[in-house]
Design a protein around this ligand. Sequence first.
Ligand code: UTP
Length: 287
Amino acid sequence: MVKKAVIPAAGFGTRFLPATKAQPKEMLPIIDTPTIQYVVQECVDSGIEDILIISGKGKRSIEDHFDRNFELESRISEREDEATYNQLRHIEDMANIHFIRQKELNGLGDAIYHARFHCGNEPFAVLLGDSVNSSIIPVTQQLIDAYEQYHQCVIGVERVPHDKVSRYGIAGGTHINDRILQISELVEKPSPDKAPSDLAIAGRYILTPQIFEALEKTPRGKGNEVQLTDALRLLLKQEPIIASVIEGKRYDMGNKLDFLKTTVEFALRRPEFAEPFKAYLKSVVND
Ligand code: UTP
């Protein structure tokens, strides 16, 4: 059973400057809801209610968002706005959320290493705090299902255009079936002629606690940071790892163009905005 999740959210977010100079990219809203709230909701929808958020400098607003705000609640309640009041109460009751600070930004691998005492000897899910999914079955649930079947670390992957593989970590191996790949190699940002597949690591993982030993042995890599992919490559020498092709669509909110696309697509799915927003988009596109 996977009962815990770790959400790394300490990074600088340099790709989204200047918006991220004084606010976390994980708090960038998709219409009216911060990105990280969607990530927490994905955990909850996948049956996980014990969540550790890796926080850091300038990330206090993430903690405030999941905390109770009595003054605000009483103001909303005086206005008899029950829907908004219930929304606020829902956020603080979503899950059991813990925080730990990554004091120095030494990379995603180092962020995950901060979860070793929290996760103990249990498998756990990792969800990057700046990426959201839209899917029928929550993506983390899909990976948990694969973990329960194979009892191996599971890396969520998505198919990317072949000429774009050099932007991603790519998994290569042998297909067990359409969706599951027995990984034999993990390559960081390969050129298209050297890529073992078009399957890119997609910001969601189920990891066994052995990852912590692998992280201890992982030297600093790209950007002088401890990279999770490097630790997974070390772990692969000791235990098998599978990749699961995610069913759904992934949005990387740390990337400005993806942020715009996410806002448009999510707005078109909201009943109160769908029609007027579509009409507006048509009018501006036709200008
Ligand atoms: P990214 O590589 O997208 O984060 O990490 P970043 O470094 O903030 O991004 P850019 O490239 O500078 O824009 C994916 C997730 O891992 C977290 C980030 O907060 C993000 O949610 N992260 C990254 C950490 O928690 N600690 C780190 O040291 C690095």
